[in-house]
Ligand binder design. Sequence first.
Ligand code: 3PG
Length: 393
Amino acid sequence: KQTVRDIDVRGKGVLVRVDFNVPVNEAGVITDDTRIRAALPTIQYLIQEGAKVILASHFGRPKGKVNDKYRLTTVGERLAELLGHPVKKLDDCIGPEVEAVVGAMQAGDVALLENVRFYPEEEKNDPDFARKLAVLADVYVNDAFGTAHRAHASTAGVAAYLPAVAGFLMDKEISIMGKALAAPERPFVAVMGGAKVADKIAVIDNLLDKVDTLIIGGGMANTFFYALGREVGKSLCEKDKADTARQLLDKAKTSGVRFLLPVDVVVAETLAAGVPTAVVPVDAIPADKAALDIGPESVTLFEQALAEARTVVWNGPMGAFETAPFDQGTLGVAEAMAKVKGVSIIGGGDSVAAVEKAGLADKMTHVSTGGGASLEFLEGRELPGVAALADRA
Ligand code: 3PG
């Protein structure tokens, strides 16, 4: 894909779609500004190049209505702090008043439009709404990898009206993850976790065509145990996905992929901090207990596979990592990821939170800013926000 370096932006109005959908607490205070920081290189470059930078983002799910809770005001303030540069926050994202403010911008100015999801037309990818965004600028840059799986007006539709290229974050995300999938250095290992197989079927299926080893942990390992005829006690288990789990195990066998499941688990009667726990082999989960984390022998087994790897993609925690002591398996895998000799990619969502909690984020080659977007990317799907951008000649 072409990037912002491939076009002339000097003196031009550049509409930059960013993903400033950051987590906030009940008081509206931003609890993690990673996504704002991740967009800085593109914004700084455009300022330096003398562009008029017009930023657009969604924030939360206001369902097409103006809602003060979902205004981008606080986000704009944080952006200005991080940039060390004024940011003019507007109260709308389209219309005559916005056009007047944008029309008066000078080279190097930065404006932040109001939440594009205050209009239902955004999520409907309405062409007229896309055009109203497009009239604000001469060029469109998409740097919102986190929203690239949505075919919305500001992520895809607007590209029909303006030259459309990738920002630096978008370029980095699709280059690093794209190379890992298309031409990985081997051994290539994927670590998949999380509660449900249902959420990850398509990813596991796609990765089985590419990896040398697939590691499964987290709640979804129980569904595989169940499919293999084991007792899983009170553990999370999707009995209706047993056939799917068996098909994935069969596919691994026919594709020659080593399929690693946990060998031991941490069990407890309930999921709560400080409850009594025990470590048991996976074929001895008591009927009245639930597996809530992988055990130490599993961590060792997974560490060994990761020590040999040259490319690793990890998505999903190994247990109920938000509640100690069930965070140990996930932290163990995070530490093993930090030691990978080669490319280590954290594919979004909860595994990013885990790596950050462990203070290991800067030890990874790449920590994706996409949750749903990185999952769909790993499924091998073309993301609408990426498809809309101009290809390299
Ligand atoms: C995300 O946080 O995954 C993106 O910002 C997309 O948000 P959405 O799921 O509300 O479309």
